[in-house]
Design a protein around this ligand. Sequence first.
Ligand code: MG
Length: 203
Amino acid sequence: MKIICIGRNYRKHAIELNHPIPTEPVFFLKPETALVLRNRPFFYPDFSTKLHHEIEVVLRVCKVGKHIQEKFAHTYYDAIALGIDFTARDVQEACIKKGEPWEKAKSFDGSAPLSPFIPKEEFDDVSNVSFSLKRNGEIVQTGNTSDLIFSFSRIISYVSQYITLKKGDYIFTGTPSGVGPVQIGDRLEAFLGEKKMMYCNVR
Ligand code: MG
């Protein structure tokens, strides 16, 4: 399986990082070893001193697809979760400055804590889902999928022009504004609407 991540998919987040608003989706991959499941702790990597949380809505791909048309894209995912796209921001900034790929900053082991999935049918409208992240009990990020620059369908259609989607793949759909640093000892909690989906202790 693979984890596809969309970058800069909320206007205010692109602005807070001084990135241009993209005119087509930006994506990158994380390997399976990035996953952290069942509320296991996240271990702060020793190669960074500026590790950021990015709360994101995650889609679960339910069938194989290539060159998927946007109008059929909604049939290619069957469930929704929350995940954290942990980012070594200092490493990413150095990569961007040198024009290098981001993998060191984004795709390291443990960089993708993930909640359990909720079937898509349980949502009234997947394009109007609110979510939030608390750090040590205080809300640091809030988002709503109505603010996505590129919709779930557009993302699926776009990525599948380049990479075949397979059942069991995950798609991180981008983070809203409010990204910020975490420290050892922090506790992160992710909410879909009012429902607590996961927590993550930083060790
Ligand atoms: Mg992200």
